[in-house]
Each structure stands twice: as C-alpha cells, then as structure tokens.
Design a protein around this ligand. Structure first.
Ligand SMILES: C[S@@+](CC[C@H](N)C(=O)[O-])C[C@H]1O[C@@H](n2cnc3c(N)ncnc32)[C@H](O)[C@@H]1O
Length: 330
C-alpha cells in the first residue's frame, strides 16, 4: 500500500538534477525509493518503523554483498526441534493451512537462529514476501479463503514462494560504492545532517484509512515473532495495535510536518504527497515555504491499485495527482 514503484521514473527525473550525495528515505515502506536512490549511487539511509520494511531495506539497500546460499536454504528448511508453535496455535484457520502455519513456525525458528544479521534480514524479507504473495490481494484485513481465483501465485506452495522470494532478493543485492544503511526508528528521532531528505509519510485522507498494521500485521508480526506487540484477542484477524504516528490523523498532521521540516531544515527536503491528502497542495507548499526559500511542486497522474477505497468510491476517484514537493535554499 502506498508504494511509489509505478512513479519511480517521475521521482528519478526530478531528483536526479539535485546536488546531493547523502540521503535519508524517512518512510521507506516497500523500499522502492531507497532502492532507486541506491541505484543512483547515493549514500542511502533507509528508515521505517515497521520491522518488515526495515528487513527489506536491510536486505536490498544496506546490504551490498551477502546472499542466502543453497546451503543456507537447506538449513532454513530443516525441521527445528526447538521451534515454537505460536503461529499454528494463534492463527489456526485464519490465513494459511495448518501445514503452512507449521512451516512458518519452523522456518522463523531457523531464521531467528541465523547469526549473520544481513542474511537473517534477507530471509525475513523473503518469508514476508512469500506470505504476501500467497495471500489473496496480499492483505491480512480479512480471514478465510475469499478472493481465491486460481492465480498462479495462489496455487504455488508457501515453500516455493519462499524459495522464489529468496532468489528475488539474492538477485537484488548489489554494491554502489557507498555505505548505505537501514534503520528501524521513529523518523522524528533520526539525527539530521543529510544533503537531501525524502519523506513519503502515510497520507491522511477522507477516502481511506492509512492503517498499515491493519493490512500487514501478519508479516509485521512474523518478522519480530510478535515480540513486543499485543494481539487484540477480540479481533477476528488477531491483529495488534497500529504503531502511533502523528501522520495518522488530520488533527496532528500539520504539526507533524512542521516538526519534520524544522528538524531537517538543513537538507534539501523532498516530499511525496497526494491530491487525496490533507493538507492540500497549496497548504503543504506554504508550510514547506516557511522552512525553505525555494519550493517547487511537480505532479503526475497516479492510479492506486491497492487499498480498500478502490471498491468504496469507484474506479475514477482512485485516480489521483501525485505531487513531489522540493524545498531548497536556492
Ligand atoms: C506511504 S508509505 C511509504 C511508501 C514508500 N515510499 C514506498 O515506495 O513503498 C509510509 C510509511 O511510513 C511508515 N511510517 C509512518 N509513520 C512513521 C514514523 N513516525 N516513523 C517511521 N516510519 C513511519 C509506515 O510504516 C509506512 O511504511
């Protein structure tokens, strides 16, 4: 949800001419923009407070050489006598079959035992991707088998998805000659000092919620084995509470932007935002203008393919303008 994958060429076009080497992607999500910046040979710091986003960035952005080998895969698939049965017990009948849940309990026990943290992140990113692919619509907002449509992704076993996903991540590993890194923090706590910061926070909208945990709680839980989160037992989906962010509500979003802009005032500030979002284009440009002398807004048509509002409001309103604000001192 909210991935900028389809508008990477637009972002590239407007970011490439800017003078920067070090860059923070403060809300990295799928990691698509961080990966673009890495391919542009920038020194990338990729951050997201969701653990599964962090694992993806650690595997594909920070990592410049480590891959999960065939031998590692054999070890990951081996029965682990110390494996817990948390997933099998907790998610019985909800998303995957009992055998698939047992596979997940076992493989995560093996991932947790890995000593190379980069390999571990790659394996976590791959198992999260496997679960998302195997799940109809890639969502954990509903339980059961609705939306099964015979798509090849749904027919392939979870094990095969995992093997494929490891191949995908292995193939994505490359070095760009810079020390890139991944963080798993609240963006408001990151030390400033980058040439450029790119912010793509969840946008507040009248049309849809922006609750990433509601959609992805299962893979987020998996990559931390549900440590430090409390499952809401009364929910059908067995989700847990969203991580609080000031971008969650229209009451706090303006102040959130102000705090971010003030903290990172010394950098070129690039912000992705949508015409569906609150505040509006003009309000956000004015806000950024209080911190940066020169503000330019680029825009492109964008159609969201994911998220629930597509069904609620009809296909046309799913079309939005996607903005890229660039605030600089010159
Ligand atoms: C619109 S998505 C980013 C999408 C990303 N640019 C991509 O192309 O996939 C927003 C992200 O912000 C993260 N997020 C929200 N509040 C945050 C905070 N205070 N600190 C760090 N990450 C946060 C969410 O977990 C989510 O992944």
């Amino acid at each position: 949800m909210g991935s900028k994958y389809t508008i990477l060429p637009f972002l590239y076009r407007h970011l490439a001419p800017l003078p920067f080497r070090t860059v923070l992607d403060g809300f990295s999500g799928s990691g698509a923009v961080s990966y673009l910046l890495k391919a542009m040979d920038k020194q990338v710091t990729s951050n997201d407070f969701m653990r599964f986003s962090y694992c993806t960035a650690e595997a594909a952005v920070a990592n410049s050489r480590v891959r999960v080998s065939v031998r590692d895969m054999t070890a990951l698939m081996r029965p682990n006598p110390n494996a817990d049965d948390f997933i099998t017990r907790t998610f019985e009948g909800l998303y995957f079959t009992t055998a698939e849940n047992q596979f997940l309990d076992n493989v995560t026990a093996n991932i947790r035992a890995m000593t190379d943290t980069r390999k571990q992140a790659l394996a976590y990113a791959a198992i999260a991707r496997a679960c998302l692919r195997k799940r109809p619509r890639g969502l954990f907002t509903y339980t059961g088998d609705r939306y099964l449509d015979g798509r090849p992704d749904l027919v392939l076993s979870l094990e095969d998805h995992f093997v494929k996903a490891v191949d995908v991540f292995n193939a994505a590993v490359f070095a760009n000659g810079q020390q890139c890194r991944a963080l798993n923090q609240d963006t408001f706590e990151i030390e400033p000092g980058y040439d450029l910061v790119y912010f793509d926070p969840p946008y507040v909208s009248a049309l849809s919620d922006n609750d990433y945990i509601r959609r992805y709680h299962f893979v987020e839980g998996l990559t931390r084995y549900w440590e430090g989160v409390e499952i809401l037992e009364h929910t059908m989906t067995k989700k847990f509470k969203r991580y609080p962010s000031p971008f969650d509500s229209r009451r706090t979003v303006i102040e959130a932007f102000e705090r971010l802009f003030e903290r990172f005032q010394g950098s070129i500030i690039a912000v992705s935002w949508s015409s569906n979002g609150i505040p509006s284009r003009d309000e956000l440009a004015e806000l950024l203008g209080q911190y940066k002398a020169n503000v330019v807004v680029h825009e492109v048509d964008h159609r969201y393919s994911s998220g629930t509002h597509a069904h609620a409001v009809g296909a046309n309103q799913n079309r939005v303008q996607e903005y890229l604000f660039i605030g600089s001192d010159t």
